[in-house]
Design a protein. Structure first.
Length: 283
């Protein structure tokens, strides 16, 4: 997860660490020029307090913090674009210009999404799903289409996958999950009441679940075993289509599938090759 996102959340920060985080967030333009002594003086804290904060962010110390923060600033500068995720093309544009706009939107969405990627979360999610007896996916509307594509890939490497929301039977599926199973919630920024009900049951029953969302501060995200964040670029209602959100979901699910495949690469490769060769599935 991005450093600035973690600083904004201030999860499990001490008062001193909150003071340091607030200073960094409100003086971003100065941070690339401050050393640890100057930051400690400006925040009325100490070197050790700053280093403890960087460790909570998963970094080795202030030097690594400064380098990664500079990279984030550079990425943010590069991500500034004229493409509006809600209205990526305009009235009267040629077909070729529309194609260019959509290509730019896809590229920018994936680049932003990659900046949110966290190796520990991806690895944990892949192993959790690989070891699960069954996988149950919760997705509504356009997100259910992304879920179907993910299901299709996982079936090819012998994973048992159910789209719980496909036939409005989510409640029956929910009550039948066990701690040996794993659930996935795909939700951009809406707070679906059925998702919350299912998640609350999973928390009580100690059933692991992964949430992929743009709203990492939601109750659902906070209850999750693992939360994977996507960029929050679309407004809730004013948009031509769900271009950015669905590109983001596709990208994350493709990455997770690839990480699962990688865990037992040789066997999964043999399985998919055997199916194609012996059952003419490529026709």
């Amino acid at each position: 997860m991005k450093i600035l996102t973690q600083l904004t959340d201030m999860n499990h920060f001490t008062p001193n660490e909150k003071s340091i985080a607030s200073y960094i967030l409100t003086h971003k333009e100065l941070m690339l020029h401050l050393n640890i002594q100057e930051l400690a003086k400006a925040t009325y804290t100490s070197h050790s307090a700053i280093n403890r904060l960087t460790h909570k962010l998963g970094l080795s110390g202030f030097k690594e913090f400064s380098i990664k923060l500079a990279r984030e600033f550079q990425q943010d500068a590069q991500n500034i674009s004229n493409i509006d995720p809600n209205y990526p093309f305009a009235l009267g544009e040629s077909s070729l210009q529309v194609a260019k706009d959509i290509a730019e939107l896809m590229k920018e969405t994936i680049e932003k999404n990659f900046a949110f990627m966290d190796e520990a979360s991806l690895t944990e999610a892949a192993h959790l799903l690989d070891q699960a007896k069954r996988i149950f996916i919760y997705g509504l509307g356009d997100s259910q289409i992304r879920a179907k594509s993910f299901q299709n890939k996982l079936i090819k490497i012998n994973k048992y996958v159910v789209i719980t929301t496909e036939l409005s039977e989510w409640a029956y599926h929910t009550i039948n999950l066990t701690p040996q199973d794993c659930a996935i919630f795909l939700t951009y920024h809406e707070k679906s009441p059925i998702f919350l009900k299912a998640a609350q049951h999973f928390s009580r029953a100690k059933i692991p679940f992964i949430t992929i969302t743009a709203n990492h501060q939601s109750e659902l995200a906070k209850m999750s075993t693992i939360c994977i964040q996507v960029p929050n670029d679309e407004t809730k209602h004013a948009k031509i289509g769900t271009f950015s959100s669905q590109i983001a979901f596709d990208y994350v699910l493709n990455v997770i599938y690839s990480c699962i495949f990688q865990i037992d690469y040789a066997n999964n490769m043999q399985m998919t090759t055997y199916s194609l060769k012996n059952f003419n599935l490529d026709e």
